[in-house]
Design a binder for this molecule. Structure first.
Ligand code: PLP
Length: 448
């Protein structure tokens, strides 16, 4: 057994990382060939690695999470104070930060009234799937149990949420999956599937076609990202959401919006769905809720849904038969409350709108100069540039080309992302999602 590495021995830390840490999304052959980059410090929009190199982070912690930026002492202090007072309670009854954060959060979500806590986006989404199934058993005689999901969307890494992955390659190795999850087409107009006037309405009508094929009485809910993240930063076209809402009401299908990425400010509103005036039955959120300072996710729903769990003939089922052990950690809601205070006090939603416009303008400038950019899309500080090898045919750029752009930016000290490495046909969109604190200088440096 090796001795414990001294944290100041950078070479030792890097070797320990190489030898023992199983990294997310890293090709195993890289372990032998690449010196792993170990990050040691972050402040605002900046990151430093173990060798002292400085980076401007244009992806908020790699996966759209650190919305208020790094090094927030006030969040660290709130967490510390809460931990020494009461770190955890998940038994009957509640705890103070859980109540305070739920109340505050709901002031930003008119129409919603209940918050169910857990730890990750996947878990928050699974809770909805279970709720939908319980409602089906209790109120629809076991019918209305299926859940629709959309091509190119992503909802998590568990077997249940992978069953709703619209990105096949992520799910391919982990089947077979449970029944009852049915795919509807994506709505990316740049990759047209229908030649029609109003593309948004047509793409939504495709959902209705699936409902009619499956039978409306079998379908309980549909899960959709407000802006598809890892599937290519897809902003639904005009008319889409209105029609989706209409269809859900017509067939009594519960609308679940997965705000794991868009939630808590990313698109310039508190939640992505609020850009479209829709009224969901479920909203799930995770990444930006506490900006990565603590693990927390929320499944938020309406009083109408909450009431469906009351008054079962058998009292033992008059509640949601579920628990999340670490849903009782107080650090999450304490950090989340402070995270919201910062967003409000520093006017970060307005900043997101302004800086998002600047980012899109800059991307439009880049597109004029670089043929390789086929399309740009964005909502607030959540932007994508789809790379193609030929603008006329829209042939997606090869993965190595996309990765070369990412690597070149890294070499120049700017960390950008790309959608879903090794997802054939989906891996060609560069992702830019800086923290909501980004300044004009930061935006210009990212696109410089
Ligand atoms: N939903 C969306 C839209 C996501 O992008 C992700 C993760 O990237 C998830 C759910 C899963 O979240 P987690 O990784 O916290 O389980």
């Amino acid at each position: 057994m090796n001795s414990v590495v001294n944290p100041n021995d950078i070479r030792g830390v890097i070797e320990a990382d190489r030898a023992h840490v199983w990294h997310h999304l890293s090709q195993h052959k890289q372990y032998e060939t690449i010196d792993p980059r170990v990050f040691v410090e972050g402040r605002g929009m900046k990151l430093w690695d173990a060798k002292g190199a400085e980076f401007l982070d244009a992806v908020s912690g790699g996966v759209w999470t650190v919305n208020v930026g790094y090094g927030r002492e006030s969040i660290a202090n709130v967490i510390r104070d809460q931990l020494v007072k009461l770190n955890y309670w998940a038994g009957a009854g509640g705890n103070v930060p859980a109540a305070l954060f739920a109340e505050k959060l709901l002031t930003k979500m008119p129409g919603m009234s209940r918050v169910y806590y857990s730890n990750s986006g996947s878990e928050a989404n699974e809770k909805v799937y279970k709720m939908v199934r319980q409602i089906a058993h209790r109120h629809h005689g076991g019918k209305k149990w299926k859940i629709l999901y959309r091509d190119r969307d992503y909802h998590g890494t568990t077997i249940g949420t992978l069953a709703t992955s619209g990105q096949d390659q992520r799910a391919a190795m982990y089947g077979p999956y449970p029944d009852g999850f049915v795919r509807v087409p994506h709505c990316l107009e740049y990759r047209k599937q229908w030649d029609v006037g109003n593309y948004g309405e047509r793409a939504a009508d495709a959902i209705e076609e699936v409902i009619l094929r499956e039978g409306a009485d079998t379908i309980g809910a549909i899960v959709l990202e407000p802006v598809t993240a890892g599937g290519g930063v897809i902003v639904p076209p005009k008319g889409y959401w209105e029609r989706v809402q209409e269809i859900c009401r017509k067939y009594e299908i519960l609308l679940h919006i997965d705000e794991v990425v868009c939630g808590v400010g990313r698109t310039g509103t508190w939640f992505g769905y609020q850009n479209y005036g829709i009224e969901p039955d479920f909203v799930t959120m995770a990444k930006g809720v506490a900006s990565g300072y603590a693990a927390i996710s929320c499944t938020v729903t309406t009083e109408r849904v909450f009431d469906l769990f009351k008054d079962a003939p058998d009292d033992t089922m008059s509640y949601f038969r579920d628990i999340s052990t670490f849903g009782g950690c107080t650090a999450g809601p304490a950090a989340a409350l402070e995270n919201m205070r910062i967003i409000e006090e520093e006017g970060l939603l307005d900043n997101t709108v302004k800086m998002g416009e600047r980012l899109m303008d800059n991307l439009a400038g880049l597109m004029e100069r670089h043929e390789v950019i086929g399309d740009i899309r964005g909502a607030g500080l959540f932007c994508g540039a789809e790379l193609v090898s030929d603008r006329a045919t829209k042939e997606p750029a090869e993965e190595k080309k996309v990765q070369a752009v990412v690597a070149e930016c890294m070499a120049q000290g700017v960390i950008i992302g790309a959608t879903n490495r090794s997802l054939p046909g989906l891996n060609n969109t560069l992702c830019l999602s800086p923290a909501l604190i980004a300044t004009a200088n930061d935006i210009d440096a990212i696109t410089g």
